[in-house]
Ligand binder design. Sequence first.
Ligand SMILES: *Cc1c(COP(=O)(O)O)cnc(C)c1O
Length: 410
Amino acid sequence: MAPERPDLRVRAREARDARTQAQARRVRRTVLRRDGMRSEVQDADGRSRWLLNFCGNDYLGLASHFKVSGALQDAAALHGAGSGGSHLVSGHHALHEALEREIADWLQVPAALLFGNGFTANLAVVQGLLGESDACVQDRLNHASLIDAARLSGCRLRRYPHGDAQGALRQLRTLPDGAALVATDGVFSMDGDVAPLRELSIICRVQQALLYVDDAHGVGVLGPDGRGSVAEARLDVAAVPLQLVTLGKALGGCGAVLAGDADLIGHLAETARPYVYTTALPPAVAGAALAAVRIARQEHWRRERVAALVQRFRARAAKRGLDLMSSDTPIQPLRCGDNARALAMSRAVDAAGFWVAAIRPPTVPEGQARLRVTLSAAHADADVDALVDAIAAARDVHAPAQDSPAVPAP
Ligand SMILES: *Cc1c(COP(=O)(O)O)cnc(C)c1O
């Protein structure tokens, strides 16, 4: 007799209907052209228009810098469109090597290893270092790739309350056997706040755990010479043996570089499956990243500019009574509460010419939907002022839903 299995197509349709009910559908919007921070976008209905982008991660304005795209074109002309192989077989190119060296030099660490993206790099770190008898202790708001990395490794995953280093210590104490890795975002991607890295480093030392900082949103923006949240906390490679630089955020390109201890990185380069069994990035992409890193290291005005815009945004938003979160980074979320309100506000600022995506569960916890505003050195003061006006107007039209009582009425 044939088994009665669930039909995956039916399941997918039901899940989609449930998302529709919860105002949690996610639709892609197509970018037709870009001009600085302005994007011409096309929606599913075919309508297209120009919007000012306030929800990307191009914090330093490098994604469309002429020297970065010029480096991409020059390297593609010389070396072609693809690498043609994995790093350990035939795909490792001098531009990959040069990029790794540049980032190791920038962050003042002995070694660096280039990956196709940050998601894969996180899988490689956790899977390459931990096994079933080991523990991975993580902040509750860590990026999804770190959570999935721990699951893939088969280790014991424990989470602590957001930003709570003492919570990390408690978790480590419950798992005294086996190796331990404490993994945290440096800057939290949906909240914009910075992890308590100094406190975590002390706890890791006492507990003989290894501290891993995913600094996707910190490198380029924070710290001396833009070296990120680890350098800003004045921690060295002994305190933070591994950190992740992603190339797709402040550096405006694509890829990720793991930086830190030479023995650990050498081990991952030979054994981590997400590193070994994948095609190396196109050399031209590494060439573009190399150009971007050099600009990020040298042009301090970009960091100063985006920091000034953060202050301007916060001051103006506070004056208008907007619900800011405690962040000093270019990630400036505004709380909206439920999904419907976040979507309505996003649509209202959209109608005023601004692109600010509504971030909803499961990307953020239930009931914490938000407009995740991000700022860039490429924005103008007047852009920020107009955005705050548009958000304040949207807030006035779309009042928060009445809080549902904690105890249902009898
Ligand atoms: C974006 C991001 C990643 C993934 O990096 P990609 O290069 O985009 O795959 C990992 N960690 C954090 C904290 C991120 O924000």
